[in-house]
Design a binder for this molecule. Structure first.
Ligand SMILES: [Zn+2]
Length: 98
């Protein structure tokens, strides 16, 4: 039962260079696909990271001035003694009135 060892493999013998080029092309395609995929993932994560503070600053996280009652984004408010104010002046008035 030695005969099956010497079975010729025509596709490997006739075109070794073509096989090699095919492997190189496949490797290149996989490489580029993986690189694009990783870049897309990174860009998606980057967008998620950047969009979070934007969403909260664009109206979802609104606070109320303790002095005049005006609503403003939390990022633009002034915090004093646990209360939020719309401006430095109201912060001074609010904390000074107590
Ligand atoms: Zn105010």
């Amino acid at each position: 039962m030695v005969w099956h060892v010497v079975i010729p493999q025509p596709e490997l013998r006739t075109e070794p260079l073509g096989k090699f080029l095919l492997l190189v092309a496949l490797g290149a395609i996989v490489y580029f696909l993986l690189r694009n995929y990783k870049r897309a993932i990174a860009r998606q994560q980057d967008a998620d990271r950047h969009s979070e503070p934007d969403a909260s600053a664009s109206g979802e996280d609104m606070v109320r001035c303790a002095q005049c009652g005006v609503h403003l984004p939390r990022s633009e408010s002034y915090l004093s003694e646990g209360k939020l104010y719309c401006s430095e002046e109201h912060k001074r008035l609010g904390s000074g009135a107590r």
